[in-house]
Design a protein around this ligand. Structure first.
Ligand SMILES: [Zn+2]
Length: 530
């Protein structure tokens, strides 16, 4: 709202404050805090889905308490980014948040066989060495080397494919997790499909067709290699060989495949069985790992980017921990990197260097901060608000980096951090010295109104003048409620507005003056409405 003016004229029409007004106390959402909590509540409301219970009153107030430690500008900025804040209650599944990307019917668009083809060409020399290597130990080492290289290449070149990763077997299909994680293993197409949760014949057929599309000739070659090897092994037992060959022809999906000698990649698509949902979902591995992490309790919080929106998830048991602030740190880190490349580009080498140094010197703020540069920033962000003095002492470099990010967000949100802190202090001081009783408030108001137009009642020093004026704002707001005069005060005008402006002149710029009076005014209302 705009600066409120209080005029002599309106004070005449007095109606006593309702008797039910108890002793005023500042509410958490009054004054300088109001923008913050509104931002948090907007993000929470935005995060509600029909499948989620949503946070209860207690969880909401715990989140308010945690997140209100964060700068107003950062919260306003996060709110403006469309962040959806969600609390996952125990028993609720991750897919209820709407944060997962269901690839059903869309996965084909991710398939880029041409890209896969180029990667294979790149790896061809290594593939040939593996085939020629006679020493099994050396061959195994080369296969590992190739798998790692392929995994890295696929990460850098998204094409709907992943390296066949038995490490995920326990996640994907508990029933066949006994398959070994040895890179020399020879799984079948069907086993791969089941690893990916393809239970029905339709799902398996779809999976096989993606395998064909991604691997083309290489799949046929891998199959042929097995046939040839089997033919050599069973050369002395023609009947057994015939039976095997017949089965291989009828069921090519059951032919064992050497997935490293032939560099097969698998579709990065996993069927998530229907539980509460009506249908199966198709997820990429990253989302699937998240589903499992929330199911088995590994995750306390997480964020997701989906179609221009960010979901910030907190487990019910973590709303009172520093998790919400930590996750918000991730959101800010990732969003700045994505949306403010110039700013982030100058920061990134310094983040990497500071992270490296912290690991080297063993002075990371937490052990988790050592994990990678993302966690380094998120842990730094949490510490910046939870234990700032400690962070400044232990890892001053990280403190400075987080501060720059925070200030950048504040500027983007049109909030001046230094001014905010000044206002907050003044507001607290004003509230601390405000009279507790409505009657006393009114008496002080009347006195202020008497003295204010002359501006004599305010101290000449800038801070004291500003503080005095913020008290005046408090009183004006309180009186506004007590006297039922809100409409008359909606816009600045002659009367108190002038002396207030004058009182602020030395201490704050015009915007600061306006905001402080605004905040104090609203706080005054908050005091009486509490
Ligand atoms: Zn984290």
């Amino acid at each position: 709202m705009s600066a409120a003016a209080y005029t002599r004229k309106v004070i005449i029409r007095r109606s006593l404050a309702p008797a039910s007004l108890s002793k005023p106390r500042p509410r958490a959402d009054s004054g300088v805090e109001s923008g913050k909590l509104e931002a948090v509540h907007t993000m929470l409301d935005r995060g509600l889905t029909p499948q989620l219970k949503g946070p209860d009153e207690e969880q909401r107030s715990l989140l308010d308490a945690r997140l209100s430690r964060v700068d107003r500008g950062v919260l306003l900025w996060a709110e403006a980014q469309g962040v959806r804040l969600q609390v996952l209650q125990s028993g609720e599944e991750l897919d209820a948040t709407g944060a997962l990307r269901d690839l059903t019917g869309k996965f084909e668009q991710r398939l880029k066989p041409d890209t896969v083809e180029k990667l294979h060409e790149h790896l061809q020399p290594l593939t040939e060495r593996i085939r020629a290597e006679k020493d099994p130990d050396k061959a195994l080492s080369l296969r590992r080397q190739k798998r790692n290289q392929l995994a890295e290449l696929l990460t850098l070149n998204p094409c709907g494919a992943a390296v066949f990763t038995p490490a995920f077997a326990p996640i994907l299909a508990p029933g066949i997790s006994s398959l070994s994680a040895d890179p020399g293993e020879t799984p079948t197409l069907k086993a791969m499909a089941m690893y990916h949760g393809a239970d029905s014949p339709e799902e398996q057929a779809q999976f096989f067709s993606w395998m064909e599309s991604l691997n083309g000739e290489r799949l046929a070659q891998a199959r042929q290699a097995t046939v040839e090897e089997k033919s050599r092994m069973l050369a002395s037992r023609p009947e057994a060989l015939q039976a095997w060959l017949r089965q291989a022809e009828e069921h090519p999906e059951l032919v064992p495949l050497d997935v490293t000698a032939h560099t097969l990649v698998v579709p990065d698509a996993h069927y998530l069985g229907a539980n509460s949902r009506e249908q199966t979902m198709l997820l990429d591995r990253s989302d699937l790992v998240s589903v499992e992490g929330w199911r088995n309790g590994d995750f306390r919080g997480q964020w997701f980017f989906l179609e221009g929106k960010t979901n910030l998830l907190i487990r019910d048991s973590a709303v009172e921990l520093d998790t919400p602030v930590h996750e918000l740190g991730h959101v800010i880190d990732m969003t700045l990197e994505k949306d403010a490349p110039q700013f982030y580009g100058s920061l990134r080498p310094r983040i990497e260097k500071a992270h490296y140094q912290a690991r080297l010197n063993g002075n990371a703020i937490t052990s988790y901060a050592m994990a990678n540069r993302r966690e380094y920033i998120a842990e730094g962000f949490a510490a910046f608000y939870e234990t700032p003095a400690e962070l400044r002492k232990i890892d001053p470099e990280l403190f400075g980096l987080v501060e720059e990010m925070v200030e950048f967000c504040c500027r983007q949100a049109g909030a001046d951090r230094v001014l905010d802190q000044k206002l907050q202090k003044m507001w607290k001081d004003a509230v601390a010295t405000a009279p507790g009783e409505p009657a006393a408030l009114r008496a002080q108001l009347e006195q202020q109104v008497q003295t204010c137009p002359k501006a004599d009642g305010l101290s000449s020093t800038a801070m004291a003048a500003a503080l005095g004026a913020s008290r005046l704002g408090l009183l004006a707001g309180a009186a506004d409620v007590a006297l039922g005069l809100l409409p008359a005060l909606a816009s600045p005008g002659p009367g108190l507005a002038d002396p207030v402006q004058q009182a602020y002149r030395e201490g704050l710029d015009a915007e600061g003056q306006r905001r402080l009076f605004d905040l104090a005014y609203q706080s005054g209302r908050g005091l009486l409405l509490a």
